[in-house]
Design a protein. Structure first.
Length: 103
């Protein structure tokens, strides 16, 4: 979960139940059965709980993942777009620089 928090740069909470999919379907069923008398969000607030532990983004890791994503995007475009003329000269140098900073 910490990696998700770092990559997305968002706090991540953990569901309080192992049956989150079943709870979601139950909420949808209850909303349908009540024919809109109670809104989905209202039932969700009652039925869904999260654990107290929350994973907060580590800003040093967020910066690293941002750099890696930028490089990934460059590689994607270079290899994934027909007739792309992207220069990949700096990619390996930047990867080595990121590695050195994180040792």
């Amino acid at each position: 979960m910490q990696i998700y928090a770092d990559i997305l740069n968002r706090p991540m909470a953990i569901a309080g139940s192992l049956e989150t999919v079943a709870i979601g379907f139950a909420i949808m069923g209850a909303t349908a059965a009540l024919k809109g008398e109670t809104e989905f969000e209202g039932i969700q607030q009652i039925a869904c709980k999260v654990k107290e532990k929350e994973y907060k983004p580590n800003m040093l890791e967020v910066k690293t993942y941002d750099k890696l994503y930028k490089l990934y995007s460059e590689l994607h475009d270079a290899f994934g777009i027909k007739n792309s003329n992207s220069s990949l000269y700096k990619v390996m140098k930047e990867l080595l620089s990121i590695k050195k900073m994180n040792l």
